[in-house]
Design a protein around this ligand. Structure first.
Ligand code: THU
Length: 235
């Protein structure tokens, strides 16, 4: 059973307290939840429609329509509707919509082969640099890859997409993250991802599988030393 209030409550908006939600339907017929995910560094905020479209694409589906509560402002709506020729559907009731199970059912020993297999799901039209991630949560593993769209600035790295996917599906209690690259000589999350990882996995282990098959394990605090935070910020 789903309604807009339940979906909006999955938003992560501790700074503005302005939750937003939408649902993207893919050409497969599957539905993808999208919620707004803020960051203490405001330009790193992930709009609901970006989260839903990128998760849809990472699952090998193509965004076809976007379902919204009413025609109020949804950040990046114009970009995504143009990008995929999305049909906009205004719907007050969403109780008949079911989302699929987002978990990947694997054992810890299967993390590395799973990451290698996932690399082929990445959409890298500009960079040809696929990245895959697995986020271990209390409920299991969530997977993701990097997604690039026509506008370079509106894609999502694998790390941020995976965190966004978990939050959109209402999953919390993040334990650790694993990432794998295909071509980089050394896997390492970008600055934007470090900031978002810091927000959601502040004291956790981040595991980098490098292209040569080796692994290095790091704590978030070492990836983003002297990070910005303030007790005066609403949270
Ligand atoms: N990328 C990731 O997904 N994660 C990283 O750790 C590094 C970079 C992506 C973003 C973009 O699609 C491509 O790799 C090149 O920057």
């Amino acid at each position: 059973f789903m309604n807009w209030k339940i979906l909006e409550e999955r938003s992560y908006t501790p700074y503005s307290r302005e939750p937003k939600a939408c649902i993207v339907q893919g050409s497969s017929g599957a539905y993808y939840p999208g919620v707004r995910i803020e960051n203490v560094s405001f330009p790193l905020t992930i709009p609901a429609i970006q989260a839903a479209c990128c998760v849809c694409l990472a699952d090998g589906d193509i965004p076809k329509s976007v379902i919204m509560k009413h025609d109020s402002y949804l950040e990046q709506l114009d970009f995504w509707t143009k990008e995929f020729d999305l049909e906009i559907k205004i719907q007050s009731g969403i109780d008949d919509i079911l989302f699929s199970d987002p978990f990947v059912y694997i054992e810890p020993s299967e993390v590395k082969p799973e990451l290698i297999g996932l690399l082929s799901d990445a959409i890298t039209i500009h960079s040809n640099f696929p990245v895959s991630t697995l986020l271990l949560t209390a409920g299991g593993y969530i997977s993701g890859v990097n997604i690039e769209v026509s506008d370079w600035t509106n894609g999502l790295c694998a790390e941020r997409l995976t965190i966004a996917k978990a939050i959109c599906y209402g999953i919390g209690d993040f334990k650790s993250m694993y990432l794998h690259t295909l071509k980089g000589e050394f896997s390492s999350p970008c600055g934007a991802c470090r900031q978002v990882i810091h927000e959601h996995l502040p004291d956790n282990e981040i595991n980098f599988f490098h292209a040569d098959g080796t692994l290095s394990v790091h704590y978030t605090s070492d990836l983003l030393p002297l990070s910005f935070s303030s007790t005066s910020l609403t949270k």
